[in-house]
Structure formats: structure tokens, C-alpha cells
Design a binder for this molecule. Structure first.
Ligand SMILES: [Zn+2]
Length: 346
């Protein structure tokens, strides 16, 4: 069976994976590998099976290039049969108090605080009697202020207004070459590139550039307003047993922030989520999965007990509770999803 693990890790042999799945070998070997650990699953957005509508700005958003509702539904139905879905307090017991995880323990997490989570994922999860945790970007919920990726999606849709301007940075001009509205993937690539470039800049310079681009295009408020959860929706989820944690205030790359801004992002977001939902918040999720010793120390200082990264892997008692790995759940087929949940492949 060790051979199976090696083959699955290299994932090139998809037919082997499919055959192993049909023969039940994935379940047979997987649960032993997961024993004593937890698979923390990381989700972002869910899109309709046919993709965003032709006139929907979301077509150009790289975050919609992920998981369809029916794939997600199949994943959840499989989890309902095979896994024990736990909550954040259970994971805290396991990580901080030495409790043994239940068989096939899984924690479902959603990053950022998307409307999709409430409208598309929650009905499926709730119908199956499962639960999940949502990590919210407070400014998006509280002030309807866009995440960088969403604002750049909006701005680059108006590329004809910005690309020829003298004050548009060379990097954005370069990324904006070859944008073709008939090929949304050209936008997905450009927006992703621009997001990763801007997030690493000094925050003051980043604000200057965004401010310039923002004033050159129409107001994107209508688009942003329907992307994010509201406190009322989060309250409804909490009442159904969901956990809500913090993803910071403004979804920054924490490692480029100075000490005062870093403490504010971590501390203030924890306070606001706790106030709005009337319950303590003990878990944090790193925007962009970005962490280092300085950021992790600030997370501890802000009083969080658990913090989630995007480093792939199963979570075990030996992991640092403030740098927990997660499993990215893309993957077109259920066989591939199951192999990931079991830690048989990354
Ligand atoms: Zn995020």
C-alpha cells in the first residue's frame, strides 16, 4: 500500500487513482493515514455549474475559477458519509489539550467571507447536518470595501481607461497586455499577477497606485456590495453552529505592515467580529497564507489560540497551533478530493 501512496502523490497517473478509488483502496488506506490527525479543508468561492453569467463582472475574477456547486455538493455528501466533521473548539481541544481526534476528522473552512458561502455552500452543508468555519475580512463585511483581487478585477475590466495613461505603473501596463473579453482566463492571469505584485508593495505606495487607478474607472460599489457576507448572514450561520474567525481587517499581506498596523489588523478585527456576533473569537486565518516569525508572534500577542496558513498537509498534534496547514480542495474528481482529504496526495 506504500506504493499506492507514492503513485497518488505524483498524481500523473490519474487512471490509477480512478481505479484505486473504484476498488475502495483510497478509503481502505486513507483512514489509517489520517488517523490521529485532522484534514482542515480550505475553500474560497463557489460558482454556478455553468460559470458566471455573460454580463457578470465575476467572469473576469480569478477567484471564480475554482469550484462549481455540484462538485462541492458531491464533496460534502462524501464527507457526510465518511468523515467526522468537527468545529474550531474541537480542533482547539486536539491541538491545545491533547484530545485524540475522532475517526476521519475533518474541519471545513471558508476564507474571506463571500456571499457564495451563505447562498451556495451553507444550504448544502446545513442540509447534510455538517458545519464549517468562516474567516472574515472585516472591512469587506463592515464597510463593503473590496479585497485587492476584486478591486483589480473591476479596474482591469476597464483596461481601455487605464492602460494608456502615463501614471499607470509599468507592471500593470505589462500585465494588461493581451486582455481579451472573450477569453476570461486572460483577465484571471492579469488580475492574479497584479494582486501578487501590489500586495507585496509598501502599504503607502500601494494605496497611492490603487487610488490613481480607482479614479480613472467607474465606481465599482454595486459589484463589491454583492460579493461579501453581511453580519446578519454571519449571525444566521453562527446560530446554526458555524464558527466565525478573523481574516484581518483589510486582507493585507501582513508581513509588509509596520508593527502598529499589524497589531491593529489582528487585534481590532478580533474585537469587531466578537462584538458583532456576541461571542469570543479565538481563531485567525492568514491573508494570502502569509506568515513568518514576526507575524506569528503578533497573532499570539493578539490572543488567538489557533491560526491557519495555506501550507498543504494534514494537521497533527505536533503542528504549531499558530501555523496550521490546510488542504486546498480544488480537484475536479471526487477520487482526487478523497485522496487529498486522506493526505494521500497534495
Ligand atoms: Zn483571503
Amino acid at each position: 500500500m506504500a506504493g499506492l501512496k507514492v503513485i497518488l502523490k505524483h498524481a500523473v497517473l490519474r487512471p490509477v487513482l480512478e481505479t484505486a478509488w473504484r476498488l475502495g483502496l483510497i478509503d481502505l488506506t486513507g483512514h489509517r493515514r489520517l488517523a490521529g490527525r485532522v484534514a482542515v479543508l480550505m475553500y474560497h468561492r463557489l460558482v454556478p455549474d455553468q460559470g458566471p453569467a455573460a454580463d457578470d463582472p465575476d467572469r473576469f475574477n480569478p477567484m471564480t475559477d475554482t469550484l462549481t456547486i455540484s462538485r462541492f455538493s458531491a464533496q460534502m455528501r462524501w464527507l457526510a458519509r465518511r468523515a467526522t466533521v468537527i468545529g474550531l473548539e474541537d480542533l482547539a481541544e486536539i491541538m491545545l489539550n491533547g484530545r485524540t481526534p475522532p475517526r476521519n476528522a475533518v474541519l471545513i473552512t471558508f476564507d474571506d467571507g463571500w456571499q457564495d458561502t451563505f447562498l451556495r455552500a451553507a444550504p448544502i452543508i446545513n442540509d447534510l447536518g455538517l458545519r464549517a468555519a468562516v474567516f472574515v475580512s472585516v472591512d469587506a463585511v463592515e464597510e463593503r470595501r473590496p479585497l485587492l483581487v476584486d478591486e483589480l478585477t473591476w479596474i482591469l475590466q476597464h483596461h481601455h481607461l487605464i492602460l494608456d495613461r502615463g501614471d499607470t505603473p509599468e507592471e500593470i501596463r505589462r500585465l494588461g497586455q493581451g486582455l481579451d473579453p472573450d477569453r476570461p482566463e486572460t483577465f484571471h492571469r492579469a488580475v492574479t499577477g497584479a494582486t501578487w505584485w501590489l500586495k507585496n508593495l509598501d502599504p503607502g505606495y500601494q494605496r497611492t497606485i490603487l487610488g490613481r487607478l480607482r479614479t480613472a474607472v467607474p465606481e465599482g460599489r454595486d459589484y463589491y456590495d454583492r460579493l461579501y457576507l453581511t453580519w446578519d448572514q454571519l449571525g444566521q450561520l453562527a446560530a446554526l453552529g458555524w464558527d466565525v474567525g478573523s481574516h484581518g481587517l483589510s486582507h493585507p499581506n501582513l508581513s509588509v505592515l509596520g508593527e502598529a498596523d499589524l497589531d491593529r489588523e489582528l487585534g481590532r478585527s478580533r474585537e469587531i467580529v466578537g462584538d458583532r456576533l456576541g461571542r469570543p473569537v479565538d481563531a485567525f486565518c492568514y491573508p494570502y497564507g502569509d506568515l513568518g516569525a514576526r507575524v506569528a508572534a503578533a497573532v499570539a500577542r493578539a490572543g488567538y489560540g489557533l491560526a491557519f496558513s495555506t501550507r498543504p498537509g494534514l494537521t497533527g498534534p505536533d503542528d504549531d497551533p499558530l501555523a496550521l496547514p490546510r488542504i486546498s480542495t480544488g480537484g475536479p474528481k471526487l477520487a482526487s478530493f478523497a485522496a487529498k482529504v486522506y493526505g494521500l496526495r497534495r
